[in-house]
Design a protein around this ligand. Structure first.
Ligand code: CUA
Length: 324
């Protein structure tokens, strides 16, 4: 109904119309009540104005019907808003399992993006049309916010942890990417483009450009270079937890708590290894804080995730390491 009005950005994702429908409903309800209340204020002011010094209007002792009406109608309306809003929220929070993966690092004042397959971009993101894309995001400095108006998605990008966002573009074209959290002098210049392409064009684009290793294989190289492999290998003498098949699994920690291994837990375990020790292991891992960049962290995590997808993989002990 409002699609032709230039008040709203165009709708270019699967959730855009759902978000807009909810928004129109909220605007509609608010407008009806605003007009109703304003009209009644004026009407009552005139109707019940003081007419003489000895004005004695009859006292009102209440009306059950009226009280029920002004309780139940707003209650019903707010419940509709709550459940409708929750449904849209859950849709926005749950990326489909087959989503393409893109990793985002925000910094003052640019967006650095990398595809799982390896290709990197700055302030530009190429994605295929009709395919869900999941962004895993963090910041190198302050809080930023990844905002694509045409897709109706916005998510804060925080230093020190990962947040995610997903969308599925429905139309090819170029769309605005904004930073929606004030982040310093050039906040307003922290902008970019989302370029939505036909899937075949996207494949061509993805395989073009400089040859870069996939995120997981870059992670594997780092895993060896940093020496992670000497403790986290797949034999019985390993001093660190087994990483093959770990991602997405529930693990037990010292003290009895359990948690499901996700990106944020892996991140914490690399930067602050003493924070949550898996039951049965010693707190001997050194921190890698300051030794790995945000990009390298994402590579390591992509590698560990890739180990979950192939349960028959083994992490072999390096030849030089003879300790048990
Ligand atoms: Cu980054 Cu505002």
């Amino acid at each position: 109904m409002f699609a032709t009005l230039p008040l709203f950005p165009e709708q270019a994702s699967t959730v855009a119309s759902q978000v807009d429908a909810l928004f129109y409903f909220l605007i509609g309800v608010s407008s009806v009540f605003a007009v109703l209340i304003a009209t009644l204020v004026v009407y009552f002011a005139v109707r019940y104005r003081r007419r003489s010094a000895a004005d004695r209007p009859e006292a009102i002792h209440g009306s059950l019907t009226l009280e029920l009406a002004w309780t139940l109608i707003p209650f019903a309306l707010t419940m509709v808003m709550f459940f409708w809003g929750a449904r849209v929220f859950v849709t926005l929070r749950r990326p489909p399992d087959n989503a393409l993966q893109v990793f985002v690092v925000g910094k003052q004042w640019m967006w650095k993006l990398q595809h799982l397959e390896g290709r990197r971009e700055i302030n530009q993101l190429h994605v295929p049309v009709g395919r869900a894309v999941k962004m895993t995001m963090t910041s190198e400095d302050v809080i930023h916010s990844f905002f694509v108006p045409a897709f109706r998605v916005k998510q804060d990008v925080l230093p020190g942890r990962y947040t995610t966002l997903w969308f599925e573009a429905t139309k090819t074209g170029t769309y605005h990417l904004f930073c929606a959290e004030y982040c310093g002098t050039e906040h307003s210049a922290m902008i970019g483009q989302i370029i939505v392409m036909e899937p075949s064009e996207y494949q061509t684009w993805l395989s073009g450009g400089p040859v870069t290793a996939s995120l997981a294989s870059a992670g594997e190289t780092l895993f060896t270079d940093l020496g992670c492999i000497s403790c986290h290998r797949s034999d019985s003498g390993a001093r660190g937890p087994q990483l093959v098949g770990l991602f997405g699994k529930r693990v037990q920690l010292q003290g009895g708590a359990t948690l499901v291994v996700d990106e944020n837990y892996l991140r914490e375990s690399i930067l602050d290894p003493q924070a949550k020790i898996v039951a049965g292991f010693q707190p001997i891992m050194p921190t890698f804080k300051g030794l790995v960049t945000e990009e390298q962290l994402m590579q390591l995590i992509a590698y560990i995730k890739s180990l979950a997808a192939a349960p028959d993989q083994q992490i072999a002990a390096p030849a030089a390491d003879t300790q048990g």
